[in-house]
Design a protein around this ligand. Structure first.
Ligand code: DGY
Length: 419
């Protein structure tokens, strides 16, 4: 089978979702710039338009807050069909932004873009360096507690309705949320999205942090949700390694500081190990308890550069149980739902991180399984936001930026297959 038409389709998706200086994840459902979606978009653009890849990252960092945070959404224009929009977030910033961050993968993607054409990228990457460093410093100050990277809102993790947040969300008071109209379910079937109760909880948490004036210390002390997330931890650890590489490439003086972060996060990663279940697990920091969730984030250990074989048997078992890799939740877990967002579906961009990490750590056979399975699900079922691992049903938004980007960088036979 030849896949060249899919290479062209993927490039066309990136062009169609390009709004000039940033790329929307998909039109309609997500009409603004999202942080980690943009980082994937840059990686995708680097395969055919290197300049456009840099523009994507430069636009993202142009909206960095003074304290170093890079927001999860940048509202470049008014789009009434999205909720919750800038008026709900109440952030004083031009352009308006949300008040939380998202998985910090930009350093990893910036390095990948640079390595695809060093001559063209030298000045561009050097121009981004201080912004990247300040964002990583912000994470270490604002989100890392006891050496563990935590989230204060499920949206920050990128895995919005994962079961990892359930025990904390049960303590979120939604009585003041009131009436509102969701917009996501006018674009996508209800059964593919978070529930009404979860949406109430997302809004209650948003209002809580907004009413704290987005003050980091108050939120850290008082928010009902503070969950240490292996996904965020491993992505930040990986990004620190790439940031260190960039610092060395440009002879920057920050190497010792970044190396210190890496060493401490490697050491503390073991705290995520749930010995009863035998897997990396999230920790509800308010209760001091594991959340008992084996998710795709548990498999990010290799992407983080951890030489760890303990998760291999889980991955083998799970891949044998589904048609396409890698379900976001263990299919044997209670509540597994093959099309509901982060409670079962596979996400091609997560596959690229898991697959690339496996390859880097020398698990070539499993890496190839993940890569070929990603190729198959896109070839069979298109460029959806996410898919059923059971039968490939395309779910969520269609014509999706990060799925197209991952095709071009990871899944296509023409792709490099990693970073
Ligand atoms: C959404 O709109 O559902 C996003 O996931 C929030 O970031």
């Amino acid at each position: 089978m030849t896949y060249e038409h899919l290479d062209e389709e993927a490039r066309q998706i990136l062009r169609d979702n390009d709004r000039g200086s940033y790329t929307v994840p998909t039109s309609g459902l997500y009409p603004y710039q999202w942080n980690w979606d943009s980082a994937f978009a840059a990686w995708g653009f680097s395969t055919f338009d290197n300049n456009r890849a840099w523009v994507e990252l430069e636009t993202l960092f142009a909206s960095q807050w003074e304290d170093g945070m890079v927001p999860h959404i940048i509202f470049h224009r008014q789009v009434p069909e999205y909720f919750p929009g800038p008026d709900v977030w109440g952030v004083e910033h031009t352009p308006p932004t949300s008040g939380i961050s998202q998985p910090p993968i930009a350093a990893t993607m910036a390095r990948a873009v640079y390595e695809s054409d060093k001559a063209a990228g030298r000045a561009r990457l050097e121009g981004l360096y201080e912004g990247l460093l300040n964002w990583h410093r912000w994470f270490m100050r604002a989100r890392v507690t006891d050496g563990l990277c935590c989230v204060t809102h499920p949206w920050e993790s990128g895995r919005d309705n994962a079961p990892d947040w359930d025990s904390s969300m049960a303590n979120v008071d939604t009585s003041m949320v009131g009436e509102y109209t969701r917009r996501d379910t006018s674009h996508v079937n209800n059964d593919m999205r978070p529930t009404k109760q979860q949406y109430d909880q997302y809004l209650a948490l948003l209002y809580f942090s907004r009413d704290c004036g987005w003050d980091i210390d108050t939120i850290n002390e008082k928010s009902p949700l503070r969950v240490a997330d292996p996904g965020m931890h491993f992505m930040l650890l990986r990004a620190h390694r790439d940031l260190l590489w960039i610092a060395q490439e440009f002879g920057k003086p920050d190497g010792a500081e970044i190396q210190g972060w890496i060493d401490s996060m490697v050491e503390s990663a073991e705290k995520f190990w749930n010995a009863d279940g035998g897997y990396y697990d999230s920790i509800n920091m308010r209760a001091g308890e594991f959340t008992n969730t084996l998710s795709c984030a548990s498999f990010y250990c290799w992407y983080a550069g951890m030489d760890d074989t303990r998760m291999i048997p889980h991955l083998e078992r799970i891949l044998a149980a589904v048609k396409y890799p890698v379900p976001s939740i263990d299919p044997e877990a209670p509540g597994f739902d093959h099309i509901r967002y982060w409670r079962g579906p596979l996400w091609c961009m997560a596959n690229s991180q898991i697959g690339a990490g496996l390859a880097e750590m020398g698990h070539t056979e499993l890496a190839e399984k993940v890569r070929l399975g990603t190729r198959a699900v896109i070839a069979d079922h298109g460029f959806a936001e996410y898919h059923s691992p059971v039968d490939g049903t395309p779910a969520g938004g269609q014509h999706f930026t990060w799925t197209a980007a991952v095709w071009l960088t990871f899944a296509s036979p023409q792709a490099k297959g990693g970073f």
